[in-house]
Design a binder for this molecule. Structure first.
Ligand SMILES: NC(=O)c1ccc[n+]([C@@H]2O[C@H](COP(=O)([O-])OP(=O)(O)OC[C@H]3O[C@@H](n4cnc5c(N)ncnc54)[C@H](O)[C@@H]3O)[C@@H](O)[C@H]2O)c1
Length: 331
């Protein structure tokens, strides 16, 4: 299949698609789009794409010329809506990096337009493919801890917090970071959230600039259980992704600590104890790409779709609303 990468990210996240794009058989980079001429040239040389197949913005004329089947959009999220609608209207399928969009309304429209136009929309929520996450999901599905009563997910950042000084957003932690744990709560448990109470703020050592960098959210799930998320800008030790998890069910407790899984206090996975969860975004994005290619080829059980991801994204926007209004929000 023929792909155009929009937002090549020579020095940032866009680069992490290269492993999959080079190694997976049957995918060919036929065009590149980036607002930066310097990044565009670097990526053009890396992929060996002719200059005529590179552009600073997408258009029908461009997509017709390069004859692409799909795009990978790794631009900042404020641009995802326009890029997705444009590509889908030109007949292309879309992979877009998380978060799907910068408002719930634009994300909803992306999903609606994909359905209306008969296009496939994939959101690259790649942490779903981390090995400890897949293991935990399977243990829960196998009934090892019975019915889930309580979930706690902690995500630790440095004291500076997840600062994004390239663009302003009021809630970098909730929209760009916590979206991973929100998606994992749904993906691993098979439960859906009914409502949330959340708060987002800055620690005394974080200035107000670049938005709120710490948040806590308590979700009520559709089986009556509770899921607590804490995203902290802290000196406490711990990792951001997948983070530290405690999942308690009617028959026992599963813990995920530094990439190791514990059942009722006994370490059960992996065979050799890990010092930390290995986060290889290039390898994980290759898994996203494989999942998307199978979906685009007609596969009926994709792991990652826009319609499903919208439910995770709405958790982030509900937290933002709850934090700003100081009240419980129904999902
Ligand atoms: N784990 C993950 O899935 C993960 C990790 C990091 C970042 N991200 C997401 O990736 C997105 C991009 O983040 P980043 O730090 O790589 O951003 P960035 O500012 O580095 O931009 C990425 C690329 O897009 C290009 N670009 C910017 N605006 C453009 C436009 N209007 N049209 C075409 N190209 C444009 C830039 O030149 C750059 O090459 C964000 O939405 C972020 O949340 C996801």
């Amino acid at each position: 299949m023929r792909v155009v990468q929009v937002g090549v990210g020579s020095a940032t996240f866009g680069r992490t698609w290269r492993k999959g794009l080079k190694e997976i058989a049957g995918v060919e980079v036929v065009g590149l789009i980036d607002a930066s001429p310097v990044f565009l040239q670097e990526a053009r040389e890396f992929f060996g794409v002719p200059e005529a197949c590179c552009a600073s913005y997408g258009s029908k004329e461009f997509y017709d010329r390069v004859q692409a089947d799909f795009i990978i959009d790794s631009t900042p999220h404020a641009f995802h809506y326009k890029n997705a609608l444009e590509a889908m209207r030109c007949g292309l399928n879309v992979i877009v990096v998380k978060p799907m969009s910068d408002t719930a309304a634009t994300a909803q429209t992306m999903v609606n337009e994909a359905a209306r136009l008969g296009r496939k929309l994939v959101i690259a929520q790649q942490i779903r493919f981390m090995e400890p996450v897949l293991q935990l999901k399977k243990l829960i599905a196998d009934g090892v801890i019975g019915d889930i009563a309580y979930i706690q997910a902690d995500s630790y950042f440095t004291r500076q917090g997840p600062v994004r000084d390239k663009w302003y957003q009021p809630h970098p932690l909730l929209l760009e970071c916590a979206i991973h744990q929100f998606d994992l709560i749904r993906w691993m448990s098979g439960l859906e959230p009914d409502s949330v109470i959340a708060d987002a703020w800055n620690m005394p050592w974080n200035e107000e600039v670049w938005g709120k960098k710490t948040a806590i959210a308590l979700f009520q799930m559709n089986n009556g259980s509770r899921a607590l998320f804490r995203g902290l800008s802290t000196d406490q030790p711990g990792e951001s992704y997948p983070g530290h998890w405690e999942i308690e069910g009617t028959k026992g407790v599963l813990s995920l600590i530094k990439g190791n899984i514990w059942l009722n206090g006994e370490r059960i996975w992996p065979a050799e104890e890990q010092r930390e969860a290995a986060l290889d975004l290039s390898a994980l994005n290759a898994e996203v790409l494989k999942d998307a290619l199978a979906y685009f080829a007609g596969g009926e059980t994709p792991v990652l779709t826009g319609a499903d991801n919208l439910k995770s994204l709405k958790m982030a926007f509900a937290c933002i609303e709850s934090s700003e209004k100081g009240s419980r929000i129904q999902l």
